[in-house]
Write a protein that binds this ligand. Structure first.
Ligand SMILES: Cc1cc2nc3c(=O)[nH]c(=O)nc-3n(C[C@H](O)[C@H](O)[C@H](O)COP(=O)(O)OP(=O)(O)OC[C@H]3O[C@@H](n4cnc5c(N)ncnc54)[C@H](O)[C@@H]3O)c2cc1C
Length: 291
């Protein structure tokens, strides 16, 4: 949306293709408190509606259609849609990423109402509460440690009997008195009517089922980049995210990437917005270089 806004404002001919409602993951966020300019926070829907209105004011065209295939090379950039094929001189990939879900009862219903994929975003909502963190890799352990700033107690639930996270993080988690490790355990269902009230879990070795009363469940079992369209064309990192330089340039000249699809440290709205602006600037410079 930011790349579209900048390029439309620069009076380029630009089309934003979106398969769902424009706004991406932010639309699934109940409240955003860490995006600058909104001292009282803002609903995810309102933030994206404002971005869309602003971009459209500068003439951004949004077409509600899925890109089903891309053909990308230095010479040709073709976008295949169900309604036909488009050719473009430059392309900005901003397809985002999808957080892996647990796939258990209660998860979809309580998403954004106590279930979260982002401790930085949602941690402060759980001040002095008890929460569960699901996962055992670096992200899960880092986020659990971050949550100790706010919450009263954290159950770090892992399906194995040792964490996958790096040794240093493991040691920190284990020495943190607010964190209780729940080994060999998988969540079965998340309970609550309008918000999370408890999580039911099963020990995979003993079969014992236990319930913990928690107000939040933070799920960190991995992120899948939406890179199916570019596998085999642009260079990806070992986890499948798009590699770029600091100008957002991918391995194919004239193809740029911004936001959660990129290989990077921190996936947030503010970082996606900054990269969208940088990618649009690079795309503009690239177009000038063609003349
Ligand atoms: C529940 C939740 C809460 C969050 N809370 C916060 C928060 O409070 N603060 C914060 O800063 N960040 C938060 N985040 C992270 C933030 O939402 C992301 O970092 C940000 O949305 C990334 O933006 P993006 O444009 O790169 O990708 P996305 O938001 O993932 O958007 C990508 C878009 O591309 C579309 N798309 C993908 N493939 C195709 C295709 N083939 N054809 C057409 N369209 C396609 C998708 O439909 C999607 O709309 C949260 C994330 C989640 C899931």
């Amino acid at each position: 949306m930011t790349a579209g806004l900048y390029n439309a404002r620069a009076r380029l001919s630009v089309l934003l293709l979106e398969r769902l409602a424009p706004g991406g993951q932010v639309l699934t966020t109940d409240r955003v408190e860490n995006y600058p300019g909104f001292p009282d926070g803002v609903s995810g829907f309102e933030l994206m509606d404002r971005m869309k209105t602003q971009a459209e004011r500068f003439g951004l065209k949004i077409q509600n259609e899925e890109v089903i295939r891309l053909e990308l090379s230095e010479k040709r950039k073709a976008v295949f849609l169900n309604s036909g094929t488009l050719e473009s001189k430059t392309i900005i990939l901003a397809c985002g990423a999808t957080w892996k879900k647990l796939g258990i009862e209660g998860e979809d219903r309580l998403m954004g109402r106590g279930i979260s994929f982002c401790a930085t975003c949602d941690g402060p909502f759980y001040r002095d509460e008890e929460v569960a963190v699901i996962g055992g890799g670096d992200t899960a352990v880092e986020e659990a440690i971050f949550l100790t700033r706010f919450v009263k107690k954290i159950y770090l639930v892992h399906r194995r009997d040792k964490l996958r996270a790096t040794k240093l993080l493991q040691e920190r988690a284990m020495s943190e008195e607010k964190i209780t490790l729940v080994w060999d355990t998988i969540p079965l269902r998340i309970l609550g009517q309008n918000s999370v009230e408890a999580v039911e879990m099963r020990n995979v070795k003993t079969g014992d089922v236990q319930r913990k009363e928690v107000k939040g469940v933070f799920v960190f079992i991995g992120t899948i980049p939406n890179t199916d369209l570019v596998k085999g064309s642009v260079n990806l990192d070992e986890n499948g995210f798009v590699l770029t330089d600091d100008k957002m340039q991918t391995s194919i000249p004239g193809v740029f990437a911004a936001g959660d699809i990129r290989s990077k440290l921190f996936r947030q709205i503010s970082t996606a917005v900054g990269e969208g602006a940088a990618a649009s600037y690079s795309a503009e410079r690239y177009l000038e270089s063609l003349h």
